[in-house]
Write a protein of this length. Structure first.
Length: 579
């Protein structure tokens, strides 16, 4: 008696109901559970009720009962559920399947063998996983599958896996060889339907397809072992028939020129079965590492570079990764003349002559470089002499200042003026030491980094804090990491900053003196600032009291620095250097 049982659901009316894909999960004396895409339906026999549970809203086609746990798939994940209330236990990533269509778990065989692994059929072949979701094996076209779209799977009593696909039914044997049944073998059609499979108690398997149902006893389908002859029926070179004095099926060698390299081969297998029922395998030595499967009588095409190749072909009712070829053709593609030995010999001779010319030119260049090096050394010596003269001039000026102030000190009677002269002597002495120290530092290397210059300025400022405790000295900012200066530019930069700081100490009565570095996209900028009295720049120059300022400008112009001075009486001084 057929009964109508209403479905109990907590979902909205427009979300409830049976969907397209369905799958029977399990049944016992009390209940049965059926999956319809992302929903599970529990039918209780005691009170004739059906309750609907939504598991996921993602596209789902199948599930499996495994050791009292339901395993299903959605959104590139395996979902594990308990059977009591369908509570989610865990999710495991399971990507690159193209979508899971079916599950299978081997039942105990007639020999009592039990396998605990799970098989998952997808749009990218068959995945064998352990109960925790770890992939143990992947069957694909590389493994010999006729098609990677697996609709339904079932194990027979001997433990062999049978799968329906878009290209018939395949059987995976214990040795991993693959046997294929096609429409020519009596199938309703080569295409089947998702989850349309059942196994009867007596072992008969049923697979549903687009044009009906197929049933068979697996034990009745024997392995196909027969004598097969393989023949080439057509060979084309550059889309033209390759003709010789013998029939095409007798050809076993081909000797071709470099521009005869677009090859096409047609072959046919002759045996007790229809030619279309065989699985064809081919590979080109030097090109293919493994057998390539062709399930139909397809043309094999290659585009070959000059070299030696062997085309191997095999046919059988079972794909065999270790197959021994039934037919071979030895193929030689001759190289073009510019790759022949005589052409290479001529080319090598010409290359040797050219190499001799290049070596001679290189020797000339080395000689010119040596001349240039001598010229550079001469220029370097001139530069060193210039720095020595600069050092002499600076030391001479400071020494004259010391001598002049010493003579004035001997003549001076007033204590106040004596103290001022002594202060000037101190500054002149320190300037002599600083000038000597910086010149020696600059001569040590050819180039200095921006950080080297700032370190020199920092070393100059550090002791000043001890001598002039009433002045707050500060140095900060960002320093260019990759900027390098010629030693003469580095020396001029350091001396300009030192001169600016010394002037502030001597004349400005400043309480704060700072040096700030800026690493800008357009270059490096240094700002020396004080909050002292400032001065009238034009009056200083006219009164010939601006020798220090003149020297600073001279050094800046010599090194190509842009220097500006912004000052006024009682407004402090701001000196900016741009490199």
């Amino acid at each position: 008696v057929i009964k109508h049982i209403p479905i109990s659901s907590t979902l909205p009316e427009n979300k409830s109901g049976i969907l397209y894909f369905g799958n029977f999960l399990y049944q016992n004396d009390r209940e049965a559970v059926i999956q319809s895409e992302g929903k599970l339906y529990r039918t209780t026999f005691t009170n004739n009720t059906v309750k609907e549970h939504e598991i996921t809203r993602f596209y789902t086609m199948s599930g499996l009962l495994y050791n009292d746990i339901i395993i299903t798939h959605a959104n590139d994940e395996l979902i594990y559920l308990d059977t009591a209330n369908f509570k989610e236990l865990k999710r495991i990533p399971f990507k690159n399947t193209g979508g899971v269509r079916c599950f299978a778990n081997p039942a105990p065989t007639t020999h009592g063998e039990v396998e605990n692994d799970i098989y998952i059929g997808s749009n990218k072949g068959i995945f064998k996983i352990d109960p925790g979701g770890k992939i143990l094996q992947h069957f694909s076209k590389k493994s010999g599958l006729a098609d990677e779209c697996i609709y339904a799977m079932a194990f027979d009593e001997e433990g062999f896996l049978w799968c329906s696909t878009n290209k018939g039914i395949i059987k995976i044997n214990k040795d991993k060889s693959i046997q294929q049944l096609k429409k020519e073998d009596g199938l309703q059609e080569n295409e089947f339907n998702t989850n349309a499979v059942a196994r009867a108690e007596d072992g008969e398997l049923f697979f549903g397809g687009v044009n009906g149902l197929n049933s068979f006893y697996p034990a009745a389908i024997k392995s196909f072992e027969e004598k097969i002859n393989l023949f080439f029926t057509k060979i084309k070179v550059n889309n033209e028939d390759f003709t010789k004095d013998i029939a095409v099926w007798e050809i076993d060698k081909m000797n071709l020129s470099y521009n005869q390299n677009a090859l096409a081969f047609d072959c046919i297998a002759m045996g007790s079965s229809n030619p279309g029922q065989y699985i064809y395998q081919y590979r080109m030595s030097g090109v293919d590492k493994e057998w390539i499967q062709s399930n139909e009588l397809q043309t094999v095409r290659y585009y070959l570079q000059p070299g030696h190749y062997v085309l191997q072909v095999y046919a059988s009712r079972v794909f065999d990764k270790e197959a021994k070829p039934l037919k071979e053709i030895d193929i030689i593609i001759q190289p073009p003349f510019w790759k022949t030995w005589w052409f290479l010999a001529i080319a090598i001779s010409l290359f040797a002559g050219l190499l001799a010319i290049l070596i001679n030119e290189k020797n000339k260049k080395v000689f010119q470089q040596k001349l240039q090096s001598l010229e550079n050394e001469k220029q370097l010596q001139g530069e060193r002499e210039r720095i020595s003269k600069d050092l002499h001039d600076n030391l001479g000026a400071y020494a004259n200042a010391v001598l002049f102030n010493t003579e004035q000190l001997e003549k001076e009677k007033e204590d106040h003026k004596k103290k001022l002269l002594i202060d000037d002597l101190k500054f002149a002495s320190k300037d002599i030491i600083t000038s000597l120290r910086e010149t020696v530092w600059a001569l040590k290397k050819e180039t200095y980094s921006a950080e080297d210059c700032i370190v020199r300025v920092r070393n100059f400022i550090h002791p000043l804090s001890r001598y002039y405790s009433h002045i707050n000295f500060k140095i900060d900012g960002e320093i260019p990491a990759t900027l390098n200066l010629h030693y003469s530019m580095a020396l001029n930069l350091v001396r300009i900053v030192q001169e600016a700081i010394s002037n502030s100490i001597k004349h400005s009565k400043a309480k704060h003196i700072s040096v700030t570095s800026y690493d800008l996209p357009e270059g490096w900028k240094l700002v020396i600032a004080d909050d002292g009295m400032g001065f009238n720049f034009n009056n200083k120059i006219e009164a010939e009291e601006g020798n220090g300022l003149y020297n600073m400008h001279h050094r800046a112009n010599e090194s190509g620095f842009a220097m500006t001075i912004k000052t006024a009486d009682k407004e402090g001084t701001l000196i900016t250097l741009k490199l």
